[in-house]
Structures are given as C-alpha cells and as structure tokens.
Design a protein around this ligand. Structure first.
Ligand code: CUO
Length: 683
C-alpha cells in the first residue's frame, strides 16, 4: 500500500521486497521495459504473484488514474462498491493478492486504497493484516501542501539519520482576521480527520450488503456525528464563539470560506478553495455523471420532515412503516445519509451525501473551469472546513426533530433504585483536583510511505495539537442492595451558554460530550470506582493516531497486534478527549450516571476485537454493546418539569462543577519521531 503512484514491481525501501508480477500484469508503458526493470529494481526478498484470469474491472477503470475520487459522488462510490465486490468475491488469498496487484497499477489510487482497505477489513483471511494508516499513504490529505517540496529537498540532499522534522506552522490555513480560524486546531487535527475517515471505512454506505448492514449503523451515523457537533460547539465556547448555525437556506450565500492549502499528490492539483459568500448551485457535471438540483435536496428534506411528523415512512413497495421508539432512528439514519439500506431512495433521496457534493462543487458546479471537488467531497478531509459543521448541524437537527417526537424518559427509565452516586471527582496526574489541564504538544508523522519517486527513508512532518494531562475519575457510589452490575456513563458539558448565562436543560443536553462508558460491579454498601481517562470508551490510544507501522511490528517495544491497524483505527483521538478550555479555567459540568445493567446489556460475541472505542465506532463482528438508545439519557426531551439539569437528576446521577485550564505552552518530541504520550503534568 506504500507509495500509491509507484508501479507495484518497485521495491519498497531499505528492508524491501520485490513484487514479482506476471509479465501480463505490466502496464502498456512498462511492458517493453520489463526485463531491464525487473533487474534494475529486484531485491532478494520476493513476493511472487500468481497469474490468474483477471475479473472484469472495466467499470472501476472508468475513473481516470489522475482524477480525484469522492466517496460522496454516486458514480464514484458505485465504482468503488463494484471493486470491493470483486475483491470480496475472490476465493483465496492468492487470488486476492493477484487481482490487487493487477488493479493497483491501473485503478485510480484513491479508489484502489479505499476498496482495498474495506476488503482487507472485511475478508475473513485478511482481517488481522496490518496496513498502514491512511495519513501515511496519503499524507497530502492531512498535511500542508507546501511541505512536500521541502520534504523532497530534505530526502534528496540530507542523509536519513540527519534529517530534521519539517514543522507545520499552527496558522497555515488562515489568519486571526477570520474568527473561525480560532478552532482550526480542532478542524484540522490529524487524529480527528483520521477518525472520521476510519468511521466511514468501517461503515460504508455503498458496498456489498453484508458489509453495509451492520448492527444499528444508521443510528450510529446519527450518534457519532451528533457527538462531533457537541464537541465542536463545546470547543467553540472555549474560544468565545457561539454555537454553529445550521445551514438552512440553500439559496443564501455561505458566509464561511475555506482555503485548505492541501496539494493532491495523486491528482497533481491543489484542492480547490471556497471563497466567502459562495452560493450553492444546481450541479450538472458530465465528467462525474452527476446531475441534481438544489430543489431535489429541498424536496428530500421536506419529505423526511413530513415522515418524522407523521411518525412513519413509505417504503419502496408503497407501504407505510412506523418509525418506532427505538428502531426509528436507525431507519432514519440510513434514509438521511443515505446508505443502500435506505428503504426508499426514490422518495427520500440522498440528502446528506449530495449536500456534501453540492458544497464541494459550489466553486464549479457545471465543470466549466475543469475543477475537481473541494474538501467537503472526501471524508478524509471534510472536517477541516467550517461548513462541514454547518451542514451537519442541519443534519443533526433532522434527527433531533425525530427524537423530540418520542416519549420522554420517565423517572423510572432513568433511575436505578437503591443505587446512589454520592460524589465524583477528577484527579489529573500531578495536578489540582477537579481542574483538567490542557496544553499544546508536537508530534511527528513519517511522510515517506506516501511520497512517490523520492529517495527512501523517513521524512517527518511535525504537527502541533492539543493535549491534556491524563486524569483519574473517582466515583463514590452507594448500593442499597446485594451484589449487582451497572453501566457507568460519564459526560461533560459547558456550564454556561455562549452569553455566560445558565442553560435551559433542553439546550444544554445537546452539548454533553461522552467521555466514557463502562460496566461496574457494585458490592452492597459503599463503593469507590476509579477509572483512568486513557481507558475511555470513545478514544483510541495516542500511539495509534501518531503511530508508525514499523513501530507496530512484533519485536518492537511499541508493538501492537495487527488488528490495531485497521478496524481499530476508528476512534476519537485520545489527545482530543478534553476540549481546550481557557486560560484561568473554563467552567464545565461533569455528569456521572450509573444505569441498571439489566436494561443495558447485550449478548456480545466473546473475544470481540477492537472494542476500545466502542461508543462512537461499535465493536467488530458484534452487536453495539449498549442496548439503550445512543445518547441516552440526553437523546430525548426532558420530562415535564425537568427544566434544569438539577431537576433532571435522579439518585443514580451526580454532577460536579469542574474547570478546564489551558496553558499556552508547547511540549516537543525529544528526538525526531519519538512521540510520547504524557503521563503527568508537563513542567
Ligand atoms: Cu461523516 Cu457528512 O458524514 O461526513
């Protein structure tokens, strides 16, 4: 998967292997040179590719090798789905390798890597295979484009052991004249963008049915993106910005502009920018086989809202199907996204995906300038753009509209009789009680796997990202009955709204970000529960975001098992678990609840892997591990009379005022590539 533009037969690097491909697999350009190329590049370590009859790839080959690939454009995702289908259908691992080697030199590299990744994740014989993280193969989707010229210079001139990390300035996409730039560190965070890419890799909306049809995937589409919005709004408050405004009037100019400054190494183009006040237009681009009007989006939106208000949808057979209390959100998620599980695409269309496309093509909707799509067209880059959040605030509002029609949780559905949470505190390692501490950290990422036709050896890019001191929750619980189990749910929200005034609970509940969820055993009487922030059920470990595949190899002290590198790439990055806070302390409310495990538990396949970021990503090959509606207990309107958080609380819940204190200092790696997870408060 390294160096996506280089031909397959080229050896990878220092410890490289030569891929011996059958001569029929050479592309036309290289066929006449076959003998000299094989000798020039071969190494002793060889992987032999078996020659087989190649299945028909003419459909995925319709996308040009140098074109950009968008998962949201229907013709593109259909081609990708067909390629995935081909990969999944190959009987043996040898056959899979063979077709992959053939396709790699011909198919569009982005589409190839996407389809390969989905196939490797889901084929039984490759599930535990290591593959490099997407930012290593396509660093151009994550790194300031300006860096690559410097990286080439560094790798051509400087010997590997003397190369310096190339620092990416914090303010490379905009200046402080743009208010939205205050939270660029969130939007452009490597780990957040990787999480989003991985989420969509694990939950594709168009692929063979057995891959798409995962337990509660429509509901998880809603919940994961709802949490992204809550986290973004929380982060906005920390930076004196108000909540995101929904993108509602699609004929009005879009206030926010965005200039990504990413260069595509594959398409050899810069990613197009969107100037402030761009308007959406009807899209008609023959090149992408795509044609739809803004009015189509409006019709789909209106039909979805009217389905929500009537409490039922119409399926493809014309029958009315109820949006049930627990299952309705899952159906709605698939309709809105839309995935191939949508029960009626003729009526409800493809609202969310084509919204991404309309925005991504707003600078050239009819292809008159021969431009490709902007960052909103790709899940690997979409979260960089401020308009992503305006679009998803609208999408989230649709789901909220449905949630608001549901019966409100009764006290009985919230309480766990006999269980009383008496206190909670957070203790940062080496810090002050109930004050979380954040600061900047720099980490290095190796670009060399993604840099084609350059000398081998590592070239590091140095990122600046938010970090927090790890901490421990200490929860005091009284259990007035015998031994039993509970689910501990921990959330955090800003204490005051953007005006500095107390919230109405119905607004504040939407800003609660999930920090953790885990099962607890309660003894009769007093219990003290301790839990580390690094064990969070929403995050993947720091090392998994800023990893280097070599470090993951067995024998290395940072070794992880192969499974960590694929499905397990999904998960909110640990370094972004806690919002930035503010200097002098940002006031927050920590919420803890212990619910009755009997009402939460799900029969999960034992030994399921990749369970450590289950809250936003689910568990591989298993049911979603919590039977409650995702977002419980904040997903529905509060019961009559519960106007404030305090009045919402039952005995098994507890809240604590805590602060997040931001320190404006930067911790750097000691040597290039030596990224370190913090263990205590840095001095
Ligand atoms: Cu994840 Cu709009 O769905 O990007």
């Amino acid at each position: 998967m390294d160096r996506p533009n280089e031909p397959t037969f080229l050896p990878k690097g220092d410890n490289s292997v030569t891929v011996d491909i059958p001569s029929e697999y050479f592309t036309d350009r290289y066929k006449p040179l076959e003998d000299s190329l094989s000798n020039r590049f071969s190494t002793d370590d060889r992987v032999k590719i078996k020659k087989i009859a190649i299945p028909d790839l003419s459909y995925p080959l319709q996308l040009g090798r140098r074109d950009n690939f968008s998962l949201f454009i229907p013709s593109h995702h259909r081609m990708a789905a067909s390629l995935i289908n081909t990969f999944m259908g190959l009987r043996t691992l040898d056959d899979f390798m063979s077709v992959a080697a053939y396709a790699r030199d011909r198919v569009n590299p982005y589409m190839f890597m996407y389809a390969m990744s989905v196939a490797i994740l889901h084929r039984k014989d490759t599930k535990n295979l290591n593959f490099p993280s997407f930012h290593e193969i396509f660093p151009d989707k994550y790194v300031d484009g300006e860096l690559f010229a410097r990286a080439r210079e560094e790798s051509n001139v400087v010997p590997e052991n003397q190369r310096m990390p190339l620092e990416i300035p914090v303010d490379y996409t905009a200046s402080d004249l743009e208010f939205e730039h205050r939270i660029a560190y969130f939007r452009e965070d490597l780990g957040i963008n990787l999480h989003h890419w991985h989420w969509h890799l694990v939950y594709p909306f168009d692929a063979p049915m057995d891959i798409v049809n995962k337990n509660r995937r429509g509901e998880l589409f809603y919940y994961m993106h709802q949490q992204v919005m809550a986290r973004y709004n929380f982060e906005r408050f920390c930076n004196n910005l108000p909540r995101t405004k929904r993108l509602l009037n699609w004929n009005d100019p879009i206030t926010e502009g965005y200039f990504p400054k990413l260069d595509s190494l594959v398409a050899s183009r810069v990613w197009p920018a969107r100037v402030a006040n761009t308007r959406l237009s009807d899209v008609n681009r023959e090149v992408d086989q795509i044609k739809f009007d803004i009015q189509d989006l409006e019709r789909w939106r209106d039909r979805i809202y009217s389905a929500i208000h009537s409490g039922s949808i119409v399926n493809a057979q014309g029958n009315s199907v109820q949006l049930t209390e627990t299952g309705g959100i899952d159906v709605l998620g698939n309709i809105v996204e839309a995935s191939i599980l949508s029960p009626n695409r003729n009526v409800y269309g493809d609202l969310h995906n084509l919204g991404h496309v309309a925005i991504a093509l707003s600078h050239d909707p009819d292809h008159r300038h021969l431009e490709t799509f902007g960052v909103m067209g790709d899940p690997a880059t979409a979260m960089r753009d401020p308009v992503f959040y305006r679009w998803h605030a609208f999408i989230d509002d649709i789901f909220m509209e449905h949630k608001n029609t549901l019966p409100r949780y009764t006290t009985q559905q919230l309480d766990y009789p006999g269980v009383t949470v008496r206190d909670v505190e957070v203790m940062p390692n080496g810090g002050k009680k109930n004050v979380l501490s954040t600061y900047w950290q720099q980490s290095d990422v190796d670009l060399s796997r993604g840099m084609d036709f350059t000398p081998r050896g590592s070239v590091f890019a140095r990122f600046t990202h938010l970090q927090h001191t790890p901490f421990t929750y200490k929860i005091q619980v009284n259990n007035g009955s015998g031994q039993r189990m509970g689910t501990c749910r921990i959330f955090l929200a800003p204490r005051l709204d953007e005006r500095g005034l107390p919230f109405l609970f119905r607004d504040q509940k939407n800003l609660f970000i999930e920090l953790d969820k885990f099962t607890v055993n309660l003894r009769p009487g007093a219990n003290t529960i301790e839990r580390k922030s690094t064990d969070s059920s929403v995050t993947i470990p720091f090392e998994r975001t800023f990893r280097n595949l070599e470090q993951g190899r067995p024998g290395n002290e940072n070794s992880q098992t192969g499974q960590d590198f694929n499905f397990c790439g999904c998960g909110w990055p640990q370094h972004m678990l806690i919002p930035k806070g503010a200097r002098g302390g940002f006031p927050c409310t920590l919420f803890v609840m212990i619910s009755n495990y009997q009402d939460d538990k799900v029969e999960t396949a034992s030994g399921s892997s990749c369970a450590d970021a289950a809250s936003y990503c689910g568990i591989r090959d298993a049911l979603y591990p919590d039977k409650r509606s995702m977002g419980y207990p904040f997903d529905r309107l509060p019961r009559e009379g519960a106007d404030t958080l305090r009045s919402f609380l039952t005995k098994n819940m507890f809240t604590k005022d805590i602060d997040i204190e931001f320190n404006n200092r930067t911790v750097r790696p000691k040597t290039p590539g030596a990224n370190a997870q913090p263990t205590t408060q840095p001095k």
